[in-house]
Ligand binder design. Sequence first.
Ligand code: SF4
Length: 225
Amino acid sequence: MNLQVCVPDSPCMFKCPFCISHNRNRQNYFENRTNESSFYFAALSDAIQKYNIETVVITGSTEPTQHPAFIRAVGKYIKTYYPNVKVELQTHMVYAMSLDYKYIDVYAFSVYTSNQIDNAIKVCIPMTAKKRVVVLVNDQLKLDPVQLSKFDQVTVKQLQYGDDMKVNKWIAIHNNFHVETISQLFGKIPSLFIDLDCRKAEGRYLILRPDGKIYHDWAEAPRKK
Ligand code: SF4
């Protein structure tokens, strides 16, 4: 079981056209005080023990690298108290040539154009951490096995419809996810996963939001204090 650890909520610097967080009503239920927040680390520790967590995935409804202090604080806590638990950072920051944090075991680059895959490869070259690429399939990228083989692991994701009509329209036009085409990549890439619905949490992951509470589903919203 993985634990998705959300960075503090804030508007995202990117404008991915399929983003289901665009119109999110962001609540200021958390002040960015993770460094001194014992309540937060107590919740993190409880969750790791109670649910036998193997990997902590730093993610959120925004770009996680907008909160470097949070990433460092969580990474340091895990490596100090739970050295066997892996720390993964999910990011769309494929343009940053020096994305290198201490305590991160796995980087997962989320991409939706062929250009972004190229940039992620460039960012990866000097890294010693494990590199994953999460490909959001659409007609703006080509699934090139040579390019994808540069990563330790490839996850191919289907875009998800939500309640934003503009986003849904974009997906309807650009979606070209075909399991048969993707299946042809098996054997050509060292490690390939197909994710048909990344929002299906059951049996896969739990979510720890910055309010220090565990959620079983992304749809469960934190309550206003
Ligand atoms: S990086 Fe993530 S949160 Fe930001 S716009 Fe893109 S999909 Fe949305």
